[in-house]
Design a binder for this molecule. Structure first.
Ligand code: ZN
Length: 192
């Protein structure tokens, strides 16, 4: 995990922003406190082969890390896109391009969340229990989904990433205190 992070550090993440062609095989999960995780993303203008290749690589990285969701900033790209899979079954892989959330449930509930970019940190995050999402799929077709529980939570966590928001920003003070040491270690690893 740490060696993968160093690879990302050695290649300036800025190349991903301005490169015409993303080196898809080189994409890796980036870790807190990489500043790319704090940047707002840009909408994807056209769903082309490059977008499809990046989405495929993101799904691969998500499954390797046994995650349920992964947003483009987590692989160093400021693109408005995330991938998700609430079950782990490859048949449930789904790509959300330019997602927009709406109609959050009035009921909120806390649930334990982790983040592939913040290893070893979990926190009880309060979110609306259900939500609707509008997005575009890999064929360029718009779709709308409404769900609750885990899918709704994943969509909200990943859409947060697209705004530069992390679970650290939504933690209660107790979880913040409990994760302080881990975050300091990550910060030291990043700067070192
Ligand atoms: Zn995350």
């Amino acid at each position: 995990m740490w060696s993968a992070k160093r690879v990302v550090c050695l290649s300036p993440y800025s190349i991903y922003y301005y490169a015409v062609n993303v080196k898809v095989d080189n994409l890796r999960i980036v870790f807190y406190p990489d500043p790319v995780l704090r940047r707002k993303t840009q909408p994807i203008a056209e769903v082309d082969d490059e977008v499809r290749a990046v989405a495929g690589r993101m799904l691969e990285l998500m499954h390797e890390a046994r995650g349920v969701g992964l947003a483009a900033p987590q692989v160093g790209l400021n693109w408005r896109m995330f991938v998700a899979n609430a079950t782990g079954d490859p048949a449930d892989d789904r790509v959300f391009i330019n997602p927009v959330l709406s109609n959050p449930a009035e009921e909120y509930a806390p649930h334990s969340e982790g983040c592939l970019s913040i290893p070893d940190v979990t926190a009880e995050i309060r979110r609306p229990v259900g939500i609707t999402i509008d997005a575009t799929d890999l064929d360029g077709n718009p779709f709308t989904l409404t769900d609750d529980d885990l899918p709704a939570r994943i969509w909200q966590h990943e859409t947060d990433h697209l705004e530069g928001v992390l679970i650290l920003d939504r933690m209660n003070p107790m979880d913040k205190l409990a994760s302080r040491r881990t975050l300091k270690l990550l910060e030291a690893e990043y700067s070192g």
